[in-house]
Design a protein around this ligand. Structure first.
Ligand code: GTP
Ligand code: 5AD
Ligand code: SF4
Ligand code: SF4
Length: 370
Protein backbone atom coordinates (compact mmCIF):
# COMPACT_ATOMS: atom_id res chain seq x y z
CA UNK A 1 0.00 0.00 0.00
CA UNK A 2 1.51 3.29 -0.98
CA UNK A 3 -0.65 5.51 1.20
CA UNK A 4 1.25 8.12 3.11
CA UNK A 5 1.48 7.33 6.80
CA UNK A 6 1.73 10.07 9.34
CA UNK A 7 2.58 9.66 12.99
CA UNK A 8 -0.45 9.63 15.24
CA UNK A 9 0.82 12.49 17.37
CA UNK A 10 1.59 15.55 15.29
CA UNK A 11 4.10 17.74 17.07
CA UNK A 12 2.81 20.92 15.46
CA UNK A 13 -0.72 20.40 16.68
CA UNK A 14 0.02 20.96 20.36
CA UNK A 15 -1.04 18.84 23.30
CA UNK A 16 -4.20 16.74 23.57
CA UNK A 17 -7.02 18.45 25.43
CA UNK A 18 -7.33 17.63 29.12
CA UNK A 19 -8.51 14.10 29.76
CA UNK A 20 -9.98 12.52 32.82
CA UNK A 21 -8.39 9.39 34.21
CA UNK A 22 -10.11 6.26 35.47
CA UNK A 23 -9.07 4.13 38.44
CA UNK A 24 -6.49 2.15 36.47
CA UNK A 25 -4.83 5.32 35.24
CA UNK A 26 -6.04 5.05 31.66
CA UNK A 27 -7.13 8.33 30.09
CA UNK A 28 -10.83 8.23 29.31
CA UNK A 29 -13.53 10.64 28.44
CA UNK A 30 -15.98 11.23 25.65
CA UNK A 31 -14.47 12.92 22.65
CA UNK A 32 -15.80 15.48 20.20
CA UNK A 33 -14.12 16.34 16.91
CA UNK A 34 -13.84 19.85 15.45
CA UNK A 35 -17.43 19.59 14.14
CA UNK A 36 -18.72 18.46 17.55
CA UNK A 37 -19.23 14.85 16.42
CA UNK A 38 -18.66 12.19 19.12
CA UNK A 39 -16.66 9.02 18.54
CA UNK A 40 -19.11 6.10 18.71
CA UNK A 41 -18.48 3.61 15.96
CA UNK A 42 -15.27 1.63 15.41
CA UNK A 43 -14.81 -0.43 12.23
CA UNK A 44 -12.02 -2.94 12.34
CA UNK A 45 -10.75 -4.46 9.11
CA UNK A 46 -9.34 -7.91 9.87
CA UNK A 47 -8.11 -8.82 6.38
CA UNK A 48 -7.57 -7.05 3.07
CA UNK A 49 -8.43 -10.24 1.16
CA UNK A 50 -11.76 -11.34 -0.22
CA UNK A 51 -13.20 -14.35 -2.05
CA UNK A 52 -15.42 -12.01 -4.16
CA UNK A 53 -14.29 -9.50 -6.76
CA UNK A 54 -17.17 -7.00 -6.69
CA UNK A 55 -16.85 -4.58 -9.58
CA UNK A 56 -17.44 -1.60 -7.29
CA UNK A 57 -14.89 -2.66 -4.68
CA UNK A 58 -12.20 -5.12 -5.85
CA UNK A 59 -12.38 -5.29 -9.64
CA UNK A 60 -10.48 -8.32 -10.94
CA UNK A 61 -8.42 -6.22 -13.36
CA UNK A 62 -6.74 -4.56 -10.34
CA UNK A 63 -7.06 -7.22 -7.65
CA UNK A 64 -5.43 -10.01 -9.68
CA UNK A 65 -2.51 -12.39 -9.01
CA UNK A 66 -0.06 -9.47 -9.21
CA UNK A 67 -1.76 -7.46 -6.47
CA UNK A 68 0.26 -7.37 -3.24
CA UNK A 69 -1.84 -8.05 -0.21
CA UNK A 70 -0.46 -7.38 3.25
CA UNK A 71 1.99 -9.95 4.56
CA UNK A 72 0.88 -11.82 7.67
CA UNK A 73 3.49 -10.17 9.92
CA UNK A 74 2.01 -6.74 9.14
CA UNK A 75 -1.42 -7.65 10.52
CA UNK A 76 -2.40 -6.54 13.98
CA UNK A 77 -2.75 -9.49 16.31
CA UNK A 78 -6.06 -10.10 18.09
CA UNK A 79 -4.39 -8.95 21.32
CA UNK A 80 -3.32 -5.66 19.71
CA UNK A 81 -6.75 -5.07 18.21
CA UNK A 82 -8.43 -5.74 21.55
CA UNK A 83 -6.09 -3.43 23.45
CA UNK A 84 -6.82 -0.60 21.05
CA UNK A 85 -10.55 -1.31 21.06
CA UNK A 86 -10.59 -1.19 24.86
CA UNK A 87 -8.99 2.26 24.87
CA UNK A 88 -11.44 3.51 22.24
CA UNK A 89 -14.43 2.13 24.15
CA UNK A 90 -13.23 4.14 27.15
CA UNK A 91 -13.42 7.15 24.81
CA UNK A 92 -17.04 6.55 23.87
CA UNK A 93 -17.18 3.79 21.24
CA UNK A 94 -20.38 1.80 21.68
CA UNK A 95 -20.44 -0.19 18.44
CA UNK A 96 -17.71 -2.32 16.87
CA UNK A 97 -18.05 -3.69 13.35
CA UNK A 98 -15.62 -6.26 11.97
CA UNK A 99 -15.04 -5.86 8.25
CA UNK A 100 -12.49 -6.67 5.60
CA UNK A 101 -12.08 -7.52 2.78
CA UNK A 102 -14.12 -10.49 3.85
CA UNK A 103 -13.76 -10.84 7.62
CA UNK A 104 -14.77 -14.50 7.67
CA UNK A 105 -11.52 -15.30 5.83
CA UNK A 106 -9.49 -14.31 8.92
CA UNK A 107 -8.53 -17.48 10.79
CA UNK A 108 -10.10 -17.99 14.22
CA UNK A 109 -12.16 -14.82 13.97
CA UNK A 110 -14.44 -16.13 16.71
CA UNK A 111 -11.49 -15.81 19.12
CA UNK A 112 -11.34 -12.07 18.40
CA UNK A 113 -15.11 -11.79 18.84
CA UNK A 114 -14.85 -13.44 22.26
CA UNK A 115 -12.02 -11.09 23.27
CA UNK A 116 -13.94 -7.97 22.17
CA UNK A 117 -17.06 -9.21 23.92
CA UNK A 118 -15.22 -9.05 27.25
CA UNK A 119 -14.53 -5.31 26.92
CA UNK A 120 -16.46 -3.30 29.46
CA UNK A 121 -18.07 0.01 28.56
CA UNK A 122 -17.90 2.99 30.96
CA UNK A 123 -21.65 2.80 31.71
CA UNK A 124 -21.79 -1.00 31.81
CA UNK A 125 -24.03 -1.30 28.72
CA UNK A 126 -23.05 -4.14 26.41
CA UNK A 127 -21.08 -3.27 23.27
CA UNK A 128 -22.95 -3.61 19.99
CA UNK A 129 -20.73 -6.16 18.24
CA UNK A 130 -21.41 -6.79 14.58
CA UNK A 131 -19.83 -7.84 11.31
CA UNK A 132 -20.25 -7.19 7.58
CA UNK A 133 -19.88 -10.24 5.34
CA UNK A 134 -20.57 -11.31 1.77
CA UNK A 135 -22.31 -14.34 3.27
CA UNK A 136 -20.47 -17.07 1.36
CA UNK A 137 -19.01 -18.63 4.54
CA UNK A 138 -21.75 -17.52 6.89
CA UNK A 139 -23.70 -20.79 7.01
CA UNK A 140 -20.53 -22.50 8.21
CA UNK A 141 -19.50 -19.87 10.76
CA UNK A 142 -22.68 -18.25 12.12
CA UNK A 143 -23.07 -20.64 15.02
CA UNK A 144 -19.50 -20.25 16.24
CA UNK A 145 -19.69 -16.46 15.96
CA UNK A 146 -22.93 -16.27 17.90
CA UNK A 147 -21.49 -18.48 20.64
CA UNK A 148 -18.44 -16.23 20.83
CA UNK A 149 -20.67 -13.21 21.53
CA UNK A 150 -21.42 -11.59 18.18
CA UNK A 151 -24.78 -9.78 18.30
CA UNK A 152 -25.71 -9.38 14.65
CA UNK A 153 -24.52 -9.41 11.05
CA UNK A 154 -24.97 -7.35 7.89
CA UNK A 155 -24.83 -9.35 4.68
CA UNK A 156 -24.02 -7.92 1.24
CA UNK A 157 -26.31 -9.21 -1.49
CA UNK A 158 -26.62 -7.37 -4.79
CA UNK A 159 -29.04 -9.60 -6.74
CA UNK A 160 -31.30 -12.64 -6.54
CA UNK A 161 -30.64 -13.66 -10.08
CA UNK A 162 -27.46 -15.78 -10.26
CA UNK A 163 -26.22 -14.29 -13.53
CA UNK A 164 -26.58 -10.70 -12.29
CA UNK A 165 -25.13 -11.62 -8.88
CA UNK A 166 -22.07 -12.98 -10.69
CA UNK A 167 -21.78 -9.89 -12.88
CA UNK A 168 -21.59 -7.82 -9.69
CA UNK A 169 -19.13 -9.97 -7.74
CA UNK A 170 -17.19 -11.78 -10.49
CA UNK A 171 -16.77 -14.90 -8.33
CA UNK A 172 -17.99 -18.44 -8.28
CA UNK A 173 -20.69 -18.44 -5.63
CA UNK A 174 -24.43 -18.79 -5.98
CA UNK A 175 -27.17 -16.67 -4.47
CA UNK A 176 -28.34 -19.84 -2.71
CA UNK A 177 -25.09 -19.90 -0.67
CA UNK A 178 -25.82 -16.41 0.67
CA UNK A 179 -29.50 -17.13 1.32
CA UNK A 180 -28.48 -20.22 3.29
CA UNK A 181 -26.04 -18.08 5.29
CA UNK A 182 -28.85 -15.63 6.09
CA UNK A 183 -31.10 -18.46 7.14
CA UNK A 184 -28.55 -20.04 9.48
CA UNK A 185 -27.60 -16.64 10.94
CA UNK A 186 -31.26 -16.00 11.70
CA UNK A 187 -31.76 -19.44 13.24
CA UNK A 188 -28.80 -19.11 15.60
CA UNK A 189 -30.20 -15.79 16.82
CA UNK A 190 -27.95 -13.17 15.24
CA UNK A 191 -30.31 -10.20 15.11
CA UNK A 192 -31.22 -7.83 13.64
CA UNK A 193 -29.85 -8.91 10.27
CA UNK A 194 -29.45 -6.27 7.56
CA UNK A 195 -28.86 -6.79 3.86
CA UNK A 196 -26.73 -4.31 1.90
CA UNK A 197 -27.41 -4.03 -1.83
CA UNK A 198 -25.12 -1.70 -3.76
CA UNK A 199 -26.94 -0.56 -6.90
CA UNK A 200 -24.91 0.05 -10.03
CA UNK A 201 -26.85 1.39 -13.01
CA UNK A 202 -26.86 -0.94 -15.99
CA UNK A 203 -25.77 -3.98 -13.98
CA UNK A 204 -28.13 -4.79 -11.13
CA UNK A 205 -30.78 -2.04 -11.19
CA UNK A 206 -33.25 -4.54 -12.67
CA UNK A 207 -32.99 -6.38 -9.33
CA UNK A 208 -34.31 -3.48 -7.22
CA UNK A 209 -37.95 -4.57 -7.36
CA UNK A 210 -37.33 -8.35 -7.10
CA UNK A 211 -35.10 -7.76 -4.04
CA UNK A 212 -37.66 -5.44 -2.43
CA UNK A 213 -40.44 -7.97 -2.99
CA UNK A 214 -38.41 -10.95 -1.86
CA UNK A 215 -37.27 -9.47 1.45
CA UNK A 216 -40.49 -7.68 2.31
CA UNK A 217 -41.91 -10.56 4.30
CA UNK A 218 -38.71 -11.72 5.93
CA UNK A 219 -36.99 -10.78 9.18
CA UNK A 220 -34.19 -9.11 7.18
CA UNK A 221 -33.93 -5.34 6.61
CA UNK A 222 -32.93 -4.64 3.01
CA UNK A 223 -30.91 -1.47 2.44
CA UNK A 224 -30.17 -0.02 -0.98
CA UNK A 225 -26.81 1.73 -1.24
CA UNK A 226 -25.74 4.36 -3.72
CA UNK A 227 -22.62 3.27 -5.57
CA UNK A 228 -19.78 5.41 -4.15
CA UNK A 229 -16.54 6.84 -5.49
CA UNK A 230 -14.54 5.13 -2.78
CA UNK A 231 -10.96 4.09 -3.62
CA UNK A 232 -9.29 4.51 -7.00
CA UNK A 233 -9.90 1.12 -8.59
CA UNK A 234 -13.57 1.00 -9.54
CA UNK A 235 -13.56 3.68 -12.26
CA UNK A 236 -16.61 5.33 -10.64
CA UNK A 237 -18.83 7.56 -12.77
CA UNK A 238 -21.73 9.64 -11.51
CA UNK A 239 -24.03 8.31 -14.25
CA UNK A 240 -23.69 4.81 -12.76
CA UNK A 241 -25.28 5.97 -9.49
CA UNK A 242 -29.02 5.52 -9.02
CA UNK A 243 -30.03 8.32 -6.63
CA UNK A 244 -32.09 6.98 -3.72
CA UNK A 245 -34.91 9.37 -4.55
CA UNK A 246 -35.25 7.78 -7.97
CA UNK A 247 -35.03 4.28 -6.52
CA UNK A 248 -37.82 5.01 -4.04
CA UNK A 249 -40.02 6.31 -6.85
CA UNK A 250 -39.30 3.18 -8.84
CA UNK A 251 -40.36 0.87 -6.02
CA UNK A 252 -43.43 2.93 -5.14
CA UNK A 253 -44.47 3.08 -8.78
CA UNK A 254 -43.98 -0.64 -9.41
CA UNK A 255 -47.27 -1.83 -7.92
CA UNK A 256 -50.13 -0.62 -5.79
CA UNK A 257 -49.05 -2.64 -2.77
CA UNK A 258 -45.43 -1.39 -2.96
CA UNK A 259 -46.03 2.28 -2.13
CA UNK A 260 -43.60 3.63 0.41
CA UNK A 261 -43.77 6.29 3.10
CA UNK A 262 -41.09 7.58 5.47
CA UNK A 263 -40.69 5.55 8.65
CA UNK A 264 -39.21 6.79 11.86
CA UNK A 265 -35.50 6.29 11.67
CA UNK A 266 -33.43 4.94 14.50
CA UNK A 267 -30.31 6.65 15.72
CA UNK A 268 -29.21 10.08 14.43
CA UNK A 269 -25.94 8.58 13.24
CA UNK A 270 -27.66 5.82 11.22
CA UNK A 271 -26.42 5.69 7.62
CA UNK A 272 -29.80 4.55 6.30
CA UNK A 273 -33.05 6.46 6.06
CA UNK A 274 -35.95 4.07 6.62
CA UNK A 275 -39.12 3.75 4.54
CA UNK A 276 -42.12 1.51 5.11
CA UNK A 277 -44.83 0.10 2.93
CA UNK A 278 -48.14 1.93 3.22
CA UNK A 279 -50.01 -1.36 2.84
CA UNK A 280 -49.05 -3.73 5.60
CA UNK A 281 -45.73 -4.61 7.15
CA UNK A 282 -42.23 -4.31 5.78
CA UNK A 283 -39.48 -1.68 5.75
CA UNK A 284 -36.49 -0.83 3.59
CA UNK A 285 -33.53 1.49 4.08
CA UNK A 286 -31.72 3.74 1.63
CA UNK A 287 -28.12 4.83 2.08
CA UNK A 288 -27.60 7.97 0.03
CA UNK A 289 -23.93 8.65 0.63
CA UNK A 290 -23.56 10.32 -2.78
CA UNK A 291 -26.71 12.41 -3.20
CA UNK A 292 -27.49 13.21 0.46
CA UNK A 293 -24.25 13.07 2.41
CA UNK A 294 -24.46 12.28 6.11
CA UNK A 295 -21.07 13.58 7.28
CA UNK A 296 -22.57 15.89 9.86
CA UNK A 297 -23.54 12.86 11.97
CA UNK A 298 -20.51 10.74 11.18
CA UNK A 299 -19.19 9.11 14.33
CA UNK A 300 -17.04 6.48 12.60
CA UNK A 301 -13.35 5.64 13.02
CA UNK A 302 -11.74 2.90 10.91
CA UNK A 303 -8.81 0.64 11.77
CA UNK A 304 -7.03 -1.02 8.86
CA UNK A 305 -5.72 -4.58 9.01
CA UNK A 306 -2.14 -3.43 9.55
CA UNK A 307 -3.00 -0.89 12.24
CA UNK A 308 -3.65 2.46 10.65
CA UNK A 309 -6.50 4.63 11.84
CA UNK A 310 -8.59 6.48 9.27
CA UNK A 311 -10.96 9.24 10.32
CA UNK A 312 -12.83 9.12 6.99
CA UNK A 313 -13.67 6.50 4.37
CA UNK A 314 -12.21 8.84 1.79
CA UNK A 315 -9.02 9.65 3.64
CA UNK A 316 -5.79 9.71 1.71
CA UNK A 317 -3.62 8.77 4.65
CA UNK A 318 -3.81 6.73 7.83
CA UNK A 319 -2.35 7.26 11.28
CA UNK A 320 -0.03 4.48 12.31
CA UNK A 321 -1.01 3.02 15.64
CA UNK A 322 0.76 -0.33 15.23
CA UNK A 323 4.12 1.15 16.17
CA UNK A 324 2.61 2.59 19.33
CA UNK A 325 0.95 -0.71 20.21
CA UNK A 326 4.19 -2.63 19.66
CA UNK A 327 6.59 -0.20 21.33
CA UNK A 328 4.58 1.63 23.93
CA UNK A 329 3.60 -0.20 27.08
CA UNK A 330 1.88 2.86 28.55
CA UNK A 331 -1.87 2.82 27.80
CA UNK A 332 -2.24 6.41 29.02
CA UNK A 333 0.02 7.68 26.30
CA UNK A 334 -1.74 5.71 23.57
CA UNK A 335 -5.10 6.82 24.89
CA UNK A 336 -4.06 10.47 24.77
CA UNK A 337 -2.82 10.07 21.21
CA UNK A 338 -6.19 8.58 20.23
CA UNK A 339 -8.00 11.47 21.87
CA UNK A 340 -5.81 13.91 20.03
CA UNK A 341 -6.50 12.26 16.70
CA UNK A 342 -10.29 12.48 17.13
CA UNK A 343 -10.25 16.00 18.53
CA UNK A 344 -8.41 17.25 15.45
CA UNK A 345 -10.77 15.53 13.01
CA UNK A 346 -12.27 17.77 10.32
CA UNK A 347 -13.37 15.20 7.67
CA UNK A 348 -16.57 15.64 5.66
CA UNK A 349 -15.58 14.33 2.26
CA UNK A 350 -19.04 13.42 0.93
CA UNK A 351 -20.38 16.87 1.72
CA UNK A 352 -17.62 18.58 -0.22
CA UNK A 353 -17.06 15.88 -2.87
CA UNK A 354 -17.77 18.22 -5.77
CA UNK A 355 -14.94 20.51 -4.69
CA UNK A 356 -12.47 17.63 -4.44
CA UNK A 357 -10.06 16.84 -7.20
CA UNK A 358 -6.38 16.32 -7.59
CA UNK A 359 -3.75 13.66 -7.54
CA UNK A 360 -4.08 12.33 -3.97
CA UNK A 361 -4.57 8.58 -3.83
CA UNK A 362 -7.67 7.43 -1.94
CA UNK A 363 -7.61 4.22 0.08
CA UNK A 364 -9.49 1.15 -1.09
CA UNK A 365 -12.58 0.03 0.81
CA UNK A 366 -11.27 -3.56 0.88
CA UNK A 367 -8.25 -2.26 2.87
CA UNK A 368 -9.93 0.18 5.21
CA UNK A 369 -13.21 -1.69 5.76
CA UNK A 370 -16.75 -0.92 4.59
P1 GTP B 1 -25.71 -0.22 11.23
O1 GTP B 1 -25.23 -0.05 12.62
O2 GTP B 1 -26.15 -1.63 11.02
O3 GTP B 1 -26.74 0.77 10.82
O4 GTP B 1 -24.42 -0.08 10.29
P2 GTP B 1 -23.99 0.93 9.20
O5 GTP B 1 -25.06 1.20 8.21
O6 GTP B 1 -23.35 2.08 9.88
O7 GTP B 1 -22.81 0.10 8.51
P3 GTP B 1 -22.67 -0.64 7.17
O8 GTP B 1 -21.26 -1.13 7.14
O9 GTP B 1 -23.72 -1.64 6.98
O10 GTP B 1 -22.80 0.55 6.13
C1 GTP B 1 -23.58 0.41 5.02
C2 GTP B 1 -22.98 1.13 3.86
O11 GTP B 1 -23.06 2.54 4.08
C3 GTP B 1 -21.51 0.88 3.64
O12 GTP B 1 -21.30 -0.32 2.98
C4 GTP B 1 -21.12 2.07 2.84
O13 GTP B 1 -21.53 1.88 1.50
C5 GTP B 1 -21.96 3.14 3.49
N1 GTP B 1 -21.20 3.78 4.57
C6 GTP B 1 -20.98 3.28 5.81
N2 GTP B 1 -20.25 4.12 6.54
C7 GTP B 1 -20.01 5.17 5.76
C8 GTP B 1 -19.29 6.35 5.95
O14 GTP B 1 -18.73 6.61 7.02
N3 GTP B 1 -19.24 7.22 4.92
C9 GTP B 1 -19.85 7.00 3.75
N4 GTP B 1 -19.75 7.93 2.82
N5 GTP B 1 -20.53 5.86 3.52
C10 GTP B 1 -20.61 4.96 4.50
N1 5AD C 1 -20.03 1.94 -3.02
C1 5AD C 1 -20.90 1.65 -2.03
N2 5AD C 1 -20.71 0.66 -1.14
C2 5AD C 1 -19.59 -0.06 -1.26
N3 5AD C 1 -19.11 -1.09 -0.56
C3 5AD C 1 -17.93 -1.47 -1.07
N4 5AD C 1 -17.63 -0.70 -2.12
C4 5AD C 1 -18.64 0.18 -2.27
C5 5AD C 1 -18.90 1.23 -3.18
N5 5AD C 1 -18.06 1.55 -4.16
C6 5AD C 1 -19.80 -1.62 0.62
C7 5AD C 1 -21.00 -2.45 0.32
C8 5AD C 1 -20.66 -3.80 0.76
C9 5AD C 1 -19.69 -3.50 1.87
C10 5AD C 1 -18.76 -4.60 2.19
O1 5AD C 1 -18.94 -2.43 1.37
O2 5AD C 1 -22.04 -2.06 1.14
O3 5AD C 1 -21.82 -4.44 1.22
FE1 SF4 D 1 -15.40 -8.44 -1.03
FE2 SF4 D 1 -17.27 -7.00 0.17
FE3 SF4 D 1 -15.51 -5.81 -1.45
FE4 SF4 D 1 -17.36 -7.41 -2.47
S1 SF4 D 1 -17.75 -5.48 -1.38
S2 SF4 D 1 -15.17 -7.42 -2.98
S3 SF4 D 1 -17.56 -8.95 -0.90
S4 SF4 D 1 -15.04 -6.81 0.49
FE1 SF4 E 1 -17.89 10.13 7.52
FE2 SF4 E 1 -16.08 10.68 5.66
FE3 SF4 E 1 -18.23 9.18 5.08
FE4 SF4 E 1 -18.48 11.81 5.55
S1 SF4 E 1 -17.40 10.84 3.85
S2 SF4 E 1 -19.80 10.16 6.34
S3 SF4 E 1 -16.94 12.09 7.14
S4 SF4 E 1 -16.57 8.64 6.50
Amino acid sequence: MSNRIIPIIRQSAGQPLALSTDASGVATGLLLDTLQRPLRDLRISVTDRCNFRCVYCMPRAVFNQDYSYLPHTDLLTFEEITRLARLLVAHGVTKIRLTGGEPLLRKNLERLVAMLRRIETPDGAPLDLTLTTNGALLAKKAHMLKDAGLNRVTVSLDALDDAIFKRMNDADFSVADVLEGLDVAHKVGLAPIKINMVVKAGINDTEIIPMARHFRDTPFLLRFIEYMDVGDSNGWKMNEVIPSRQLLEQISGSAKDMQLMPATSGRADETAKRWRYQDGPGEIGVISSVTQAFCKDCTRLRLSTEGKLFTCLFATHGHDVRELLRNQSDDVLISSALAHLWQLRTDRYSEIRSQQSGPLKKVEMSYIGG
